[in-house]
Design a protein around this ligand. Structure first.
Ligand code: GRF
Length: 187
């Protein structure tokens, strides 16, 4: 039994990575306990997943970066959060926020970074006729999708691959890689 780090997950959408991390966190040896979920999107399925699992799950309206971060920091402090997981969080965090949490924020990106940073990853991967794709877990730095890489998983792209099929294949990988990476950080 490990003593678990108090953790918050930031989301914006579907929350499938959140779901798989919550599942992993039930293992007594998993290093993180998900104590809070924050979404900038009131309609995100991830908020429902958090609530269904008995985790305080808050919507914070994204008026602007400063306002969002001020409200989020308030929630993080109230819960004594020490580790932050970005799981499909579609907003950029300020340098100041990242500096205060440095080496304590992780993100997952659906490509083999440093290739294909940013949005519309799968579309660009297919357009460039890449042979492989995959996903990357990394620490968050003040430059988009550029922080220190923690781990990656790679898959072969099929000849008839579509954006959707690639997205689903990579998501399955993400679900395994994210929990494994979190374990590896605290090992
Ligand atoms: C994932 O592909 C993740 O890599 C990216 O956003 C997507 C989130 O999916 N950053 P979900 O909300 O966890 O299902």
């Amino acid at each position: 039994m490990v003593s678990k780090i108090k953790t918050c997950v930031f989301i914006s959408g579907n929350g499938s990575n959140l779901k798989s991390i919550i599942k992993s966190s039930r293992d007594c040896n998993f290093p993180a306990k998900i104590d809070l979920v924050i979404s900038n999107n009131i309609n995100s399925n991830g908020l429902l997943i958090g609530k269904k699992n008995g985790i305080p799950s808050r919507y914070i309206k994204y008026v602007n970066q400063f306002d969002f971060e001020r409200k989020a920091i308030n929630e993080l402090r109230k819960k004594g959060i020490k580790f932050l997981i970005l799981a499909g969080f579609m907003k950029v965090l300020s340098k100041k926020f990242i500096y205060n949490f440095r080496y304590k924020i992780v993100n997952i990106h659906p490509s083999l970074l440093p290739k294909f940073k940013g949005l519309n990853t799968h579309k660009r991967v297919l357009k460039d006729k890449e042979k492989y794709s995959g996903c990357t877990v990394h620490f968050v730095s003040d430059s988009l999708d550029s922080g220190q890489i923690i781990s990656q998983k790679k898959i072969l792209i099929n000849k008839n691959e579509t954006e959707d099929s690639l997205k689903n294949k990579v998501l399955k990988l993400e679900h395994r890689l994210y929990s494994q990476s979190i374990i590896s950080i605290f090992r």
